[in-house]
Design a protein around this ligand. Structure first.
Ligand code: HEC
Ligand code: HEC
Ligand code: HEC
Ligand code: HEC
Ligand code: HEC
Length: 597
């Protein structure tokens, strides 16, 4: 092990140690003096906030493998001209510390792994507007003030009774040497913008090119009924009901060395930041778990989490020589494997809880009415029906359409006949998991039918071709004849080239509180048997299209995870009778081989 790695390990272990036991800690001073304190330090007094944040997409923004694949692909295509544009938001603290964008995650400072971490929001005292993530986090050690809503008033009580709470604001030689003492920040300073929607703008509204906005939540919100009513982003994303402005949970703001301070029923803002997004990193690397950091990123990436490594029963068989397995050197020790497996099981629990909240926030965001039938319900007759989809969220579009053409939200409807056979379906997927639209590799290869009635709320990028026609594309990088690959504006103004901007976005999302009717028609020739039919419907939400993941060079494991963790929203089955009408033959080739559950 190199000297640097060894040092890193010491620092990790020390952090872990002080977080759990407050035992003697020779590195305490080093930590306390760091100008960019880690979330692990805040965790010792703000445990509830910490564990919510630890599984949030904010905590994920730097570790995200999809972020790195996408960021690298874009920089390669654009000959490096993207520069630090992406990392300054996803790895804000690291960028500010001067770490170059191309620096590998495992070579970076520990804090840079934490993405949008505590200090990214609580060491901000300037009101930033639409700055595409160019904010400034105040560099200061743990004992400097933090910025907050000014909810609590107990800090004085703690500071004036430092002995009782075993805290100190000192980090130098004059600091008390007692093992139990923690370094605390001085009085939190009230920063009123943190309670307002404007606080989120600097990162949640992103423009990169005329016609291309990677984040649009803010501009939608600004014109929304929620904004008029004074409902904030925080009210829906940090309250007690995911996605609804239904008030907040209560909890003490801080628990210092086991002692609750201040109001035990203070307002608590949930730091999970509810949303449909989800991590697909190695489960040893994310959720951010202090128990996991005793192993380096490299070590974790060598732990085959999809295998039974570290499961006691399986390990027992290895021990007895009943089965054989090979391990890399880092994981040659059984105890290590078992401990790692335990950490992974804790992380899975956190991911399952997050999944529940993802389903909740999405179910709270929409109302589905239907099916409404508008045709004769007879064999041999076309079956016409519709659903009404409503965006119940008064704050922004469903989905916001942020993040370019990535997040997918589509309607999957299947008609199941009296024998349990699916005779018709829309919103089905190809063998990779993609919808059967023009991006599907299987549609392109002709091995699966194009889904003509697909209802998909995903935003698309449109590019203008040489002849002036539009085409859906998946990446907003201009690499055609007009100019060199470049994400900055075109060299010529629109008035000269006489066509719309070469690339733009086409939103298909539902504005706040609006509805859209979706009409479907099942050809009569598919309805041959009289009896009880079922229409099965569900909305499906996935963070990334598989074709796009392939395009940016995602690994097979990443593709698998993105499919495994996707969610179904409002699954519903409607039963109805089809009477005997004109007989007709089924054409087996007109529907894909979907098997109903
Ligand atoms: C100004 C801040 C900002 C910048 C700059 C930015 N992002 Fe993001 N990014 C976000 C936000 C906010 C989200 C979450 C949006 C949502 O869920 O609607 C996000 C989400 C993502 C996600 C999906 C979540 C995940 O981690 O898998 C990817 C991938 C991503 N960004 C890649 C990029 C790339 C590549 C760039 C550079 C071209 C970039 N981002 C630039 C703010 C930013
Ligand atoms: C994306 C920004 C963001 C991040 C990241 C963030 N916070 Fe907060 N934090 C907020 C907002 C917004 C509030 C609520 C302000 C209000 O009440 O109006 C808040 C409130 C708090 C409070 C008040 C008590 C409570 O329970 O609500 C504490 C303490 C706190 N944060 C600590 C932390 C710690 C520790 C971390 C890291 C583990 C963290 N925050 C990460 C934005 C953030
Ligand atoms: C040694 C304990 C300790 C540590 C470590 C600590 N805090 Fe605090 N924090 C407190 C106490 C005590 C309060 C006051 C609680 C009250 O007023 O009820 C507080 C209050 C806050 C508040 C103000 C909440 C409000 O709205 O009034 C914020 C924000 C905050 N801390 C963030 C952080 C962050 C971020 C870190 C890590 C960089 C951190 N804290 C580390 C003990 C700690
Ligand atoms: C420093 C930049 C930054 C600030 C400030 C910020 N965010 Fe984020 N936010 C991000 C990034 C980056 C992501 C996505 C990270 C990822 O998944 O890779 C994100 C993700 C989210 C998500 C999860 C979306 C999903 O699909 O699950 C929500 C919700 C969210 N932010 C809400 C807020 C709110 C509300 C505020 C203001 C209180 C806020 N954010 C402030 C950068 C920021
Ligand atoms: C009235 C409640 C409400 C308000 C206000 C609100 N949101 Fe949301 N938000 C939701 C719901 C519900 C969802 C889940 C449905 C969806 O994806 O649109 C969501 C989803 C999101 C997502 C992730 C997925 C997406 O749609 O792109 C982000 C990021 C987000 N909100 C950020 C914000 C920010 C930033 C603000 C303030 C500028 C805000 N929200 C205001 C309710 C709200």
């Amino acid at each position: 092990m190199s000297h640097r790695n060894l040092l890193k390990l010491c620092v990790f272990v020390t952090a872990l140690w002080s977080f759990h036991s407050h035992a003697e800690d020779p590195h305490a001073a080093v930590f306390a003096e760091s100008n960019y304190p880690s979330a692990i330090q805040c965790a010792s007094c703000h445990p509830k906030v910490f564990w919510e944040w630890a599984v949030s997409n904010h905590a994920y923004s730097s570790i995200s493998p999809m972020f790195h694949k996408f960021e690298q692909a874009l920089n390669s295509l654009a000959s490096g001209t993207i520069g630090s544009f992406c990392v300054r938001c996803h790895q804000q603290v690291a960028t500010q510390m001067g770490e170059p964008r191309e620096k590998a995650l495992w070579e970076r400072s520990d804090i840079s792994r934490e993405g949008v971490t505590c200090i990214t929001c609580h060491r901000i005292s300037n009101e930033f507007g639409k700055v595409n993530g160019e904010r400034h986090v105040m560099p200061a050690p743990i004992n400097a003030p933090v910025y907050g809503a000014g909810t609590g008033n107990a800090i004085e009580q703690v500071l004036t009774n430092a002995d009782k709470y075993e805290v100190s604001v000192l980090t130098d030689d004059t600091a008390p040497t007692n093992d139990q003492w923690s370094v605390i920040h001085t009085k939190p300073i009230e920063f009123t913008q943190i309670s307002k929607s404007e606080f989120c703008v600097s990162c949640h509204q992103v423009a990169v090119h005329p016609g291309i906005k990677l984040e649009v939540v803010w501009e939608q919100y600004r014109a929304s009924p929620a904004a008029d009513a004074g409902i904030t982003c925080q009210d829906c994303h940090m309250g007690k009901v995911p996605g609804e402005p239904a008030g907040y949970d209560t909890w003490p703001i801080a628990i210092v060395n086991g002692q609750t301070v201040g109001d035990p029923n203070a307002k608590h803002s949930n730091h999970l930041f509810y949303g449909p997004g989800y991590p697909i990193a190695h489960p040893g690397l994310f959720p951010f778990n202090p128990k996991a950091i005793k192993w380096s990123i490299d070590d974790w990436l060598k732990f085959d989490y999809r295998s039974p490594w570290g499961e006691p029963k399986w390990e027992e068989k290895i021990e007895k020589g009943l089965i054989k397995a090979e391990f890399p050197e880092e994981w040659s020790n059984r105890e290590d494997r078992e401990e790692a497996r335990y950490v992974i099981s804790l992380n899975y629990k956190l991911l399952e809880d997050k999944k529940k909240s993802r389903i909740e926030v999405m179910e709270n965001s929409m109302h589905i009415d239907g099916p409404f039938f508008s045709s004769k319900m007879e064999t041999g007759k076309s079956l016409k029906f519709s659903y009404n989809i409503k965006n119940k969220d008064s704050g922004h579009n469903l989905p916001s359409g942020s993040l370019g053409a990535q997040p997918e939200l589509w309607f999957n409807v299947a008609l199941v006949d009296p024998d349990g056979v699916t005779v018709w379906e829309t919103g089905y997927v190809d063998k990779y998991g993609d919808m059967a639209d023009i991006h599907s590799l299987e549609v392109a290869a002709g091995t699966i039918k194009y889904d003509k009635q697909l209802f998909n709320l995903q935003t698309k990028f449109l590019t203008t071709n040489v002849k002036g026609t539009d085409r859906e594309m998946y990446l907003p990088v201009n690499f055609d004849v007009d100019q060199l690959p470049h994400i900055r504006p075109a060299g010529l103004p629109t008035s000269v080239i006489n066509h719309p901007p070469l690339i733009r976005m086409e939103g298909r999302s539902l504005p706040p509180l609006s509805s859209r009717k979706v009409d479907y028609k099942v050809p009569g020739k598919l309805i041959t048997k009289p009896g009880k039919y079922t229409l099965q419907s569900r909305f499906r939400s996935r963070a990334e299209p598989i074709y796009f993941m392939k395009f940016v060079g995602a690994t097979v494991d990443m593709e698998q995870s993105i499919n495994e963790w996707m969610i179904d929203i409002h699954p519903y089955a409607a039963e109805f009778e089809i009477k005997n009408g004109k007989k007709n033959k089924v054409d087996k080739n007109t529907y894909p081989g979907y098997v109903a559950k």
